[in-house]
Design a protein around this ligand. Sequence first.
Ligand SMILES: [Zn+2]
Length: 367
Amino acid sequence: MTHRKEHIDLPVASLGTRRRLVVHRFGTPGARPKAYLHAALHAQELPGVVVLDRLVARLREADAAGSVAGEVVVVPFANPIGLSQQIMMEAQGRHDLDTGRNYNRGFPDLIDEVADAVDGRLAGDGARNVALIREAMASALAARRDAREADVLKLTLLRLSCDADLVLDLHSAWEALLHLFVTDLNWPGASDLARQMGAEAVLVDRGNRMMTFKSAHALLWKELAARFPDRPVPPGSLAAVVELRGQRDVDDRFTKPDADNLFRWLQRRGAVAGDPGPLPPPACEPRSADGLRRLFAAEGGIVIYRGALGDRVREGRAFAHILDPDTGRRTAVSAPADGLLYARRSHRFARKGQYFAAIAGDTFVED
Ligand SMILES: [Zn+2]
């Protein structure tokens, strides 16, 4: 099959406007493995958009050469609604300005519905059960009727990805190291992804009941396995959030190798034919997301770091201070745990109580 580019219209939200999703499809529909990748669900997180543009170019070549062995679906910018939200030249694409809801929460929770649909029908064959569950997911999604543009967007992204073996959700923080969030169900399954991408931090979580896009996949498989313990229910998908550094890191020196690495990973997983080369060694030990520490400003002021992003920090030792320019007082910021300073807000003014940086604490998980 050749490359197909499609558009999916979203419902008209405001008179005289129309937004649509761009979808690229490669390979043969129904071929396995199926990979699904999208970027910028938080719309101002642009590096993934550039990376997927590069990946699409690589996949077009591969498809023309007949080497897309599975099926690959790419949505290069997953949130045209958020991308349209600009206030005074600043992009505000993380939350829906209509409702204040985070675009990466509130994906359809299909767990009960799918569990009911497959109850009594699961057999002793894991692959068959996966196929049955995927069918039940697709039916549940097909039956849903949402009206709001942002809800239809979420429904559409889940419809495109619900039967995929590999599901990547590309984000970026304000400024950050390249890092991954993976649900425990998919770890160490995703370790080849972490190694191929050169992830400097891997955070293994338990899934988020608020239903992030990743959790809409991972929690469903995790929960179904737990509800039917006497039937084999292997994970039907490997879902991961890849945080491609900071929001401004769109330059070639980052996005070219990232796109190459995604392409190699698709080769490694058999979605694309060809030799991906040797798997690079891990760039970090995986950490539990339980050890993640978000830092909130004890005093309002200007956050001034001693060191750089990616520095190791030590419990109780100051790694930054906050200047109150009114009084001239400088309040030291000590690390709450040993770990890695992996993400920071790029705006350096923090109000009292405001989140300004994150540390991946050294709570390691077993591989
Ligand atoms: Zn994000």
